[in-house]
Write a protein that binds this ligand. Structure first.
Ligand code: GTP
Ligand code: MG
Length: 233
């Protein structure tokens, strides 16, 4: 009879693993698809008629990347202008921020730069920034040139991906890229389980190349999710 290893069961692997908690917040204009990306990542579903988020919503999801366990605590903020002043509550203490724009609306891309400036001025000093150009399934409606966005992201050392919550392209890869970019010094010895220090020793440059835009970052990953309370005001 074939032997079943723990590696065959991602849920079991995650249950027995020490996890690193990672607070992540999603920022960006209303309607760019932040909640849809989170829903795709957490439950692998897509709802075409999601309600606009009120205040923020929280979910968590565990993921194993390169043998390390990460428990993402995801704050999905509301993009409507009236909630703009709440954003610092959600990026305070965050290890990473995912700034989302809509590839079919240039105006939402302009907002990315103001989020970057705000995070650089008032966000946690070591915050990892990822820029996601969402709705890349709507190629015919594209308004934002991919290379321009990618060059901008590179110029500020941010992760860059084009994503689609509809097709799921690059959604998990985005969070995997975030995990790989987290500062190594934040890992305690206890976090270095499974003897998997191999990828942690790679240089920041090497780790950056594994970003979803390169399409080569598909080392093993497994995941489990636990959606929690939703809307908060
Ligand atoms: N074609 C396409 N539509 C998308 C995608 N992601 C989201 N949408 C649609 O865009 C609309 C807005 O999506 P949401 O996820 O609610 O956007 P949001 O950024 O959370 O908006 P706020 O909560 O108001 O800040 C919804 O109708 C989604 O179905 C995508 O990748 N492709
Ligand atoms: Mg939303």
């Amino acid at each position: 009879m074939a032997q079943r290893s723990r590696g065959d069961d991602p849920e079991a692997e995650i249950r027995t693993m020490q996890m690193r908690d990672v607070k992540v917040c999603l920022l960006g204009d209303s309607g760019v698809g932040k909640s849809s990306i989170v829903m795709r990542f957490v439950s692998n579903t897509y709802k075409p008629s999601l309600e606009s988020t009120i205040g923020a919503s929280f979910m968590n999801k565990s993921l194993v990347v390169d043998g390390m366990g990460y428990r993402f605590q995801i704050w999905d903020t509301a993009g409507q202008e009236k909630y703009r002043a709440l954003a610092p509550m959600y990026y305070r203490g965050a290890a990473a921020a995912v700034i989302v724009y809509d590839t079919t609306r240039e105006v939402t891309y302009r907002a990315v730069k103001s989020w970057v400036n705000e995070l650089r001025s008032y966000g946690p000093p070591k915050i990892v920034i990822a820029i996601a150009g969402n709705k890349c399934d709507l190629e015919d409606l594209r308004e934002v040139n991919r290379k321009d966005a990618e060059d901008y992201a590179r110029s500020i050392s941010a992760i860059f991906c084009e994503t689609s919550a509809v097709t799921a392209i690059n959604v998990e890869d985005l969070f995997m890229a975030v995990a790989r970019q987290l500062p190594l010094e934040d890992f305690s010895d206890g976090d270095r389980r499974n003897g998997s220090t191999v990828n942690l020793r790679s240089s920041p440059e090497q780790r950056k190349k594994q970003c979803c835009s390169g399409g080569k970052n598909s080392p093993s990953s497994s995941s489990t999710s636990r959606p929690q309370s939703s809307r908060q005001s």
